[in-house]
Design a protein around this ligand. Structure first.
Ligand code: LIP
Length: 293
């Protein structure tokens, strides 16, 4: 268990009159993420079968994705029965507390399917908006935990309280010039979307240090917060892909936004970097028209 987040004790969060103990939420998130990480790492069968596919034949779901999400839901609802859950494999279930858990049971499913060691369990607690909608564009992220089972590395973050890797505060990304930037990104699951993303990447690569494609959005966002990447961007992320990692990056000092500076990170686009690089990279990406199919 990482060091409790300083300043994460009981504090006013969300709309007036709401009171959520951020330290409690973080402890619940980390316990659940670690338990699910234990399940998927120790329980991975030698022959891992694809249960079904989603947006394309390469967008896979394994039995471990499902088992991990079932465990996460059981632990989170057991600890906080009044909370809602929004999970990659199980859809959504409303709560009464105003808090919703946004979970990715295995982020980096293709890596996990192939036996690659980089994948994560991502758990975030968010407050929905005044209408009760739970959407990245309007939610208030309260706490986040990204756990990488193979290394044991665990990133945590608390709204307004900071971000940590295994209890050590994160220094955040360096504000480097575009030409020196190591930039992470990712690709969707359909040929049409990947063609568009490759076009944008071709326009970007000559102007930056280099690209990294890890296949795990939550870890890419944590890498920005840890200074292991200077920036990360991707189009088409699902809420569970970025809910926790975006809070880690933001609490470590990164700007986390959509394509335009005034846009929130969401499915349309997500970008994370130090302030100066975020502005420079964002301008370059806007010029490459990344939302055109
Ligand atoms: C993955 C993301 C990654 C993206 C992949 C995939 P999944 O999530 O974390 O950034 O590039 O295409 O969407 O599907 O493994 O949960």
């Amino acid at each position: 268990m990482s060091t409790p987040a300083p300043g994460a004790g009981s504090s006013q969060a969300g709309p007036p009159g709401e009171h959520h103990d951020l330290a409690e939420l973080l402890a619940v998130a980390e316990r659940a993420a670690r338990a699910a990480g234990e399940l998927v790492s120790r329980g991975r069968p030698a022959r891992l079968e694809v249960l079904r596919t989603k947006s394309s034949t390469t967008d896979v779901v394994t039995a471990m994705d499902t088992a991990s999400e079932e465990l996460l839901v059981r632990l989170l609802r057991g600890a906080r029965p009044g909370d809602g859950v929004l999970g990659e494999e199980g859809g959504a279930s409303a709560g009464t507390s105003g808090v919703t858990w946004v979970v990715d049971p295995i982020d980096g499913t293709v890596n996990y399917l192939y036996g690659l060691p980089t994948y994560a369990v991502s758990v975030a607690a968010v407050l929905g908006d005044e209408d009760g909608a739970v959407r990245p564009e309007t939610w208030t992220a309260l706490v986040g935990c990204v756990h990488e089972p193979t290394s044991g590395r665990t990133w945590t973050a608390v709204r307004g309280g900071g971000a940590w890797l295994d209890g050590t505060p994160l220094a955040g990304p360096a504000d480097v010039a575009l030409g020196e930037a190591l930039v992470g990104t990712g690709f969707g699951y359909t040929p049409r979307r990947r063609t568009a993303q490759a076009r944008v990447l071709a326009g970007l690569v000559p102007q930056i240090r280099d690209v990294r494609r890890g296949g795990v959005a939550s870890l890419d966002l944590c890498a920005v917060g840890t200074g292991w990447l200077d920036a990360y961007y991707e189009r088409g992320l699902q809420p569970w892909d970025h809910a926790a990692g975006a809070l880690v990056a933001a609490e470590a000092g990164a700007v986390v936004r959509g394509l335009s500076p005034q846009d929130r990170a969401g499915e349309a686009f997500a970008l994370a970097a130090a302030p100066g690089l975020a502005a420079e990279l964002g301008d370059l990406l806007e010029g490459l028209d990344p939302l055109a199919e």
